[in-house]
Design a protein around this ligand. Sequence first.
Ligand code: DGL
Length: 262
Amino acid sequence: MKIGIFDSGIGGLTVFKEISKALPSFEIIYLGDTARLPYGIKSKRTIDRYSINNVKLLKSLDCKIIVIACNTASSYSTNLLKSKFKIPIFDVISAGVKAALKDNPKILGVIGTDSTINSMAYNKMILNNNSNIKVYTKACSIFVPIIEQGLIKKKHYDKIIEENLKFFKNKNLNGLILGCTHYPIIKRKIKDYLGDDISLIDSSLEVSATLKKYLEINYPNEFTKRKSKRSILLTDKSNYFDSVIKKIFNKLDFNIKLIDIK
Ligand code: DGL
């Protein structure tokens, strides 16, 4: 049983990592559409088109289940993908909201790309569940290229973190949703600025738990198989890729292939 996961770049690898841990016997293909990154400043029309291309590609490789490991694509294209492709599709926005609501928060912050924040997908889903929660959102698209290039350790980027996150100071947040799969990679930096008390909500654990539950019910026999293959497909491989992947996984032993999406 093959599971296909996609994101615009390396961000979704944070989801791939959790799903790989939770589901060792399932074959997993990760698609990072690095040639067309960033998605987060593009329109719904374009993101829908890219998302359809990505699912078509993963389906052509025999993936039977899709995980949209990109908040931007999840916020704009989940419904479209679900209606177009008759296979199970999991998204990171519902997972992030589910995780955020567990502690009964009163005030939540959400950071994400411009497209994710403009779509209001988080606000709508949170308020549909509990209309008493106060939600503050802030677009931080600029974090994505910095993370993709592995530059976050450089001191002068602290200023960019501060400029983008100072809006949340004194908002008494109970939690901050990391509404972009790239952001867990800079969790430490975000905590250094906002303080250790604030809980950072990362949808990767929740989406892998939801997926696991679904598979336990629908494909119980697949769990008894031996450890299965993982592959990473990229539409472009930059010089930074190896160092960033090493930072996420502490190793580099993946089967990484370049692929064109038509
Ligand atoms: N990682 C993607 C997300 O979760 C977006 C990054 C991008 O702008 O392409 O939204």
